[in-house]
Design a protein around this ligand. Sequence first.
Ligand SMILES: [Zn+2]
Length: 326
Amino acid sequence: MSFDEIRGQERAIKILRQTMANNHLAQAYLFHGPDGVGKKKTAIAFAKALNCHTHSEDACGHCLSCRKISEGIHPDVTLLQQEKGEIKIGAIRDIINGMIYRPLEARKRVVIIDEADKCNLSASNAFLKTLEEPPVETVIILVSSNPDLLPQTVLSRCRRVSFRNIPVRIITEILVEKNGLAPSAAENAAYLADGSIGKAIALASTDVQQVRGDILEGLAGKEGAPGILFDLAERYSKDEGLFYDALYWFSTYFRDILILKSGGELALIINKDLHASLSEIGDKISVEGLLDILSFIQSIYKGQERNMNRQLALDVLGNKIMEAVA
Ligand SMILES: [Zn+2]
């Protein structure tokens, strides 16, 4: 992956190219922005560009340095990732100890800390010392979608580079070109993904489409509806991930129905591909009922229904839906 191959982050990449061209490299960077928009990919491309044997300000992808970085075997380029939700002090210490020496092969040693906000307190403190007295020929890149969780003392020592949501048009193109999706499916996943390629790819998966389909069937079903809804409750309460996936889709469906019912524009709805079915469901359901359902879903998200287990929460939701449907 070189800068040229990263889509939708032209602004961030322009800044990085300029710092290389002007020889104004910072010793530490913070790449921040939403999940799944290419921050880590850009950090790796930056490491390559800083060390490429043939190109300046970008990576050729073919020289020994570029290939070693691609394969994760370059001795001077380290990518640190969280383990079990945490970056521990041991991992940070290993990196700091390695920084005593000059780089073995690279012009610039590059240390990328992905999800840097997952550093525990002692790891952050150890790391802060390194940022205060940065080693020679080293560029540190912190990658984070939650930079507010990083200590201010760490943030103040990093040059910030912000990454933005990727436009629907570009996500659609990527899903068609790289993931082989049909254009209509790609466009729909792109709309749902809220600017994140990572999310779009996950949304296009068959599992997620299955959840969406099941729920819609439960809502649209005529005589079988109560049965299907309680069936879903049983299935989706067993697994926390599935439970929140299901809850998410329920909430987008009811939000969309509310918009359609109040004459809102089609452009505002999330599930554009299903607008005909959602309109039909909307005809059978009252605005009051919709608001009640949406506020119940909100309260589950906010953890206000702690006395309910997942199965009970979905059963109550099913009951509310049955009551709301005339
Ligand atoms: Zn190269």
